[in-house]
Design a protein around this ligand. Structure first.
Ligand code: NAP
Length: 251
């Protein structure tokens, strides 16, 4: 049998929202590929369980990435523990917000505060730690381009993430250091975030009808694309969107 090539040997990976779903699957796969992985989430118990599951080269920082002081604390911990970041996965996010007519200011601030503001400041505060050739992966969503799907705040927050990747990728100083920014764009994926939805037969039927591949994705399928964007296999990609959505946003 062919020997497994370790694609992230010795690399330092920071994943926000790494204690569950897509982030956890990415953390496990990147760890299997030789990375030292730091994961971030708010719930310390969930974080601890995830770190144990990922393996010996994993650690966690409990933090709320919608708060700047927490983001700064995460970066300080990573600086002390590892001195640099080779792969940053800006993944913490939610999709839960009310439909158009029920959105109030608090709901607006919560969604935008995590998915957009959190993503922006996670990247900004990580910049001093990003080494030459670092890869930054921002988790977007097929919903960013689909007016018919999702709710307005969620779709707009992920469209903002896509916009950030374009402008970050075009930053001259970062580009000279070969720092790359790409969006990983999942469709409908079975995770704790979507559990309530996929357990409802009508929602499940709607999703399976809308997705060309006629099924939900698995977090592990998104993680394999994250590994590709993280490692040198994607060394000539920046400012791109990699859609892993069963065709949902493509046809
Ligand atoms: N599942 C899908 O169908 C789908 C589709 C497209 C895009 N996405 C995107 O993929 C990303 C991951 O989603 P998922 O489905 O894997 O969700 P998930 O299973 O709910 O995981 C979310 C992760 O983010 C963490 N998190 C949430 N709020 C946070 C905060 N304020 N600060 C720090 N960490 C926080 C959670 O931990 P704590 O709760 O402990 O903080 C958890 O580790 C999100 O950006 C989501 O929008 C998901």
């Amino acid at each position: 049998m062919a020997e497994t090539v370790l694609k992230l040997s010795g690399k330092v990976v920071l994943i926000t929202g790494g204690s569950s779903g897509i982030g956890l699957a990415a953390a496990q796969l990147m760890h299997e590929h030789g990375a030292e992985v730091v994961i971030v989430g708010r719930d310390a118990k969930k974080l601890h369980e995830a770190v144990t599951l990922i393996g010996p080269q994993a650690s966690g920082v409990a933090a709320d990435v919608s708060k700047l002081e927490d983001i700064d604390r995460v970066m300080k911990v990573v600086a002390v523990r590892h001195g640099r970041i080779d792969v940053l996965v800006v993944n913490a996010g939610t999709s839960h917000s009310p439909p158009l007519r029920e959105v109030d200011e608090a709901a607006f601030d919560a969604m935008i505060g995590l998915n957009f503001k959190g993503a922006f400041f996670t990247v900004q505060r990580a910049l001093p730690l990003l080494g030459v050739g670092a890869s930054v992966i921002l988790t977007g969503s097929a919903a960013a381009d689909l007016g018919r799907w999702g709710d307005p705040l969620y779709a707009a927050s992920k469209a903002a993430v896509r916009s950030l990747a374009r402008t970050f990728a075009n930053d001259e100083a970062l580009a000279h250091r070969q720092v790359r920014f790409n969006v990983l764009s999942p469709g409908a994926v079975k995770t704790p975030l979507t559990q309530e939805a996929y357990e409802q037969p009508d929602v499940d039927a709607y999703v399976c009808a809308a997705v060309p591949l006629k099924r939900w994705g698995a977090a592990e399928e998104i993680a394999r694309a994250a590994l590709f964007l993280a490692c040198s296999d994607s060394s000539y990609m920046t400012g791109s969107v990699l859609a892993v959505d069963g065709g949902m946003g493509q046809v």
